[in-house]
Design a protein around this ligand. Structure first.
Ligand code: ADP
Ligand code: MG
Length: 709
């Protein structure tokens, strides 16, 4: 149960002054619904308004607070022209400009002949001073309302900087002092203030050497490396990361503590399979198989992630593990997210297992009648050792005689809940999760901190490199001609249109239009379209037709089904590639280059491209190494954008930034381990404080795993 001391922090935002029915949803979207969400919503900079020069000697490009006398008003000459107010401070003249047509309002704020105090960005335009849309314009007697230092908060439409500032001050007043959860020596070494002091300081930042411009509504986000994180902010970021790492460590330890069993095999089936393969295993595959094998043979439960690029050969590694489970006298199940993938895996595994005379079953939502009954029966009586399936595998009527290993492909598509459901189908079931999402090594700690990780770094030999080219959208016609030539050679083509979450409708319209255009060129029968609005059934049907080679050109709005293998597809066009995350582009591109033909990926873009966009697309052209791409993406953009957030399984942090705070993440990881080694039940006084930290970041599920949760 959440400690009483935290109750005020988890009260609803609507208990604060100024948050009514109208604003509550806006605040909720901007930062959340609880008081604590306001506290986590930290400023990204500060505006210093103490600069009050006389205009004659002023510096341009700074935020200045000036006392002016209004000379005259010049309403906008025409639409699109500014409303101008001439004023003077006695030493020089200045023009205040407004791109709004609220003349009446401006006449009231700036009465001619009267004094007005303004604060905003002072600029030079031609020979004169200007200030566009001052942040403050008040009569001299209200000058005190202009803060000397004003924190710059991320905002949303309808919520002003001032509003967030006031809210934050209210929330700070309600924040209790909390027992210190950090080690005193760490606090001393880092020079960190207490939690409450850190919060107060972070919300009331000191003047920064470089100032955000007052005229940009969101302030200026300092670029990575340009600014060191302030100590208070760093402490808060560390709190957040430690809570995350500690929760993961607790969950991991809990898994480990659950009785497991030793699944040691003779290695005979594995050797047979290996010698029947038409290729030799890569060193990476061998190592992964050994790591997994050792985990399975150990008497504790395995919870391991196999991370490897698309096409790196994870399936065979999984199959070897499944054979070890068989050798140990148990059953193994492979679970995949979609039916079409299940069938593909089933066919492939079946043919790999043929020389070994080992049967494998298929269980998907649609399996019905006799087939389903006989698979269920055979799993129940133990006569069937291996099965591939979808979510159907953990439905209630599925019983295993003796499930030893559960493998999950594309693990990010399954939640922790589903993982637990499947593992409950047996006693102490070992779990192997697989993912093709190339998360940088530094981030695996947080994405998969509760698992051990094996990685496949190299591609199997004999793969042809993919020729990746950048093409301006203006050259669409040439691209279509090129496709014609490829189709004539018998190749198949993917055409990817981007999905922008905000406007699914217009994206769909664009993709439909594109499909129509291509159908006009190549014939409707050859062109298929899949998008997010299609039902599973309809989507599977199009994908099957493409896999069977009936559809030659597949237009897709959403990420093409992960893992689907169509070796004959050797050309991919990605429209608006500049809108995709690099990792996403990489995953998409991994759909081609799987057959014997040389493959080409055309990254179409809408120019002009900025520096970062250029660098990103250049990376795509230079390498096919998913881990390098992920690292590069991380340093070019930041982790929020590294992957489609929903896809990545990466947690979203409020105060920490995985790109900026990698050192803190590593520290938190070690710290969490150390804490649990010393105080496994968090029973000491510091342990109690750490429990408060876990509740503060809503890691309630982790605390519940303690005997006295
Ligand atoms: P993914 O990691 O994307 O699941 P797969 O397991 O589907 O990759 O493997 C992709 C292809 O590579 C398959 O056709 C598989 O047979 C082949 N493959 C796997 N390992 C090797 C290897 N060591 N040498 C050559 N080909 C391999
Ligand atoms: Mg796969």
């Amino acid at each position: 149960m959440r400690p009483v001391i935290l109750f005020p922090l988890f009260a609803s935002l609507t208990t604060l002054k100024g948050v009514g029915a109208k604003l509550a949803p806006l605040y909720a979207r901007l930062m959340g619904e609880k008081i604590v969400d306001v506290l986590w919503h930290l400023p990204i900079g500060v505006i210093d308004r103490t600069y009050s020069p006389s205009l004659k000697y002023a510096d341009k490009g700074r935020v200045a607070t000036l006392t002016l006398t209004v000379l005259e008003h010049a309403p906008a000459a025409s639409k699109g022209k500014p409303y101008r107010i001439a004023a003077t401070d006695g030493s020089d003249d200045i023009t205040l400009t407004y791109f709004t047509s609220k003349g009446e309002y401006l006449a009231k704020v700036y009465p001619v002949g009267k004094q007005v105090v303004v604060s905003g960005n002072l600029e030079r335009f031609g020979h004169g001073w200007t200030m566009s849309h001052p942040d403050y314009a008040l009569p001299p007697e209200r000058k005190g309302e202009i803060p000397d230092l004003e924190p710059v908060y991320p905002l949303t439409e309808g919520i002003s900087r001032k509003m967030v500032h006031k809210l934050a001050q209210q929330a700070l007043a309600m924040a209790p002092a909390l027992p210190e959860w950090h080690d005193p020596s760490l606090m001393q070494r880092e020079g960190w203030p207490s939690w409450l002091e850190a919060l107060k300081a972070a919300h009331n930042p000191p003047p920064a050497p470089t100032q955000p411009s007052a005229s940009t509504p969101f302030g200026v986000e300092p670029r990575e490396g340009e600014r060191l994180l302030s100590l208070p902010h760093r402490r808060l970021a560390y709190d957040e990361l430690l809570a995350d790492q500690l929760a993961l460590a607790i969950i991991r330890r809990h898994h480990r503590a659950m009785a497991g069993r030793s699944l040691a095999g003779s290695g005979e089936l594995q050797r047979k399979l290996e010698s029947s393969l038409p290729f030799t295993l890569t060193d990476g595959q061998k190592q992964a198989i050994a790591e997994i094998g050792a985990d399975m043979a150990a008497p504790r439960r395995m919870l391991r992630l196999l991370q490897g690029d698309v096409g790196s050969g994870k399936t065979i590694v999984a199959l070897m593990a499944m054979l070890q489970a068989l050798e140990a006298g148990t059953q193994a199940a492979l679970m995949v997210p979609t039916e079409i993938l299940a069938k593909q895996h089933y066919e492939r595994l079946k043919s790999l297992l043929e020389p070994l005379h080992i049967p494998i079953g298929l269980l998907v939502g649609k399996s019905k009648g006799k087939d389903r009954q006989s698979v269920l029966q055979a799993l129940d009586d133990g006569s069937l050792g291996l099965v591939v399936g979808t979510h159907a595998l953990f439905q209630q009527d599925v019983a295993f005689a003796n499930l030893g290993l559960a493998v999950m492909d594309e693990q990010h598509r399954f939640g922790v809940q589903q993982r637990l459901l499947l593992s409950e189908k047996g006693k102490g079931v070992d779990i192997l999760a697989m993912t093709a999402t190339p998360i940088p090594r530094t981030l695996t700690l947080t994405a998969y901190g509760d698992m051990d990780v094996s990685r496949l770094m190299e591609k199997p030999a004999g793969r042809q490199p993919i020729d990746t080219r950048l093409i301006d959208i203006n050259r669409l016609e040439e691209v279509i001609d090129g496709i014609g030539r490829q189709l004539a050679k018998g190749a198949q083509v993917y055409w990817v249109c981007p999905l922008v979450e905000e406007s699914e409708k217009s994206d769909l319209a664009a993709a439909t239009q594109r499909a129509d255009l291509l159908a006009e060129h190549f014939g409707a029968a050859k062109v298929g379209l899949v998008h997010g609005r299609l039902g599973t059934e309809a989507k599977d049907q199009v994908m099957r037709a493409f896999a069977a080679g009936e559809v030659k050109l597949l237009v897709a709005t959403t990420v093409i089904e992960v893992g689907v293998d169509v070796p004959n597809a050797s050309l991919m066009v990605i429209e608006h590639s500049e809108r995709f995350g690099l990792a996403q582009l990489h995953q998409l591109r991994g759909r081609i280059g799987r057959g014997s033909a040389k493959s080409t990926c055309l990254l179409m873009y809408q120019g002009p491209l900025g520096e970062v966009a250029k660098a990103r697309l250049k990376t795509m052209r230079e390498t096919e190494d998913g881990f390098r791409i992920a690292e590069e993406d991380l340093s070019l953009r930041g982790p929020g954008e590294v992957l489609g957030t929903r896809q990545s399984g990466l947690p979203v942090f409020r105060m920490a930034d995985l790109a900026r705070d990698r050192d803190l993440l590593a520290m938190a990881h070690d710290d969490a381990k150390l804490i649990l080694n010393k105080d496994s039940e968090l029973a000491s006084p510091r342990g109690a404080a750490l429990r408060t930290l876990l509740y503060l970041f809503e890691k309630d599920a982790a605390v519940k795993l303690f005997r006295s949760g």
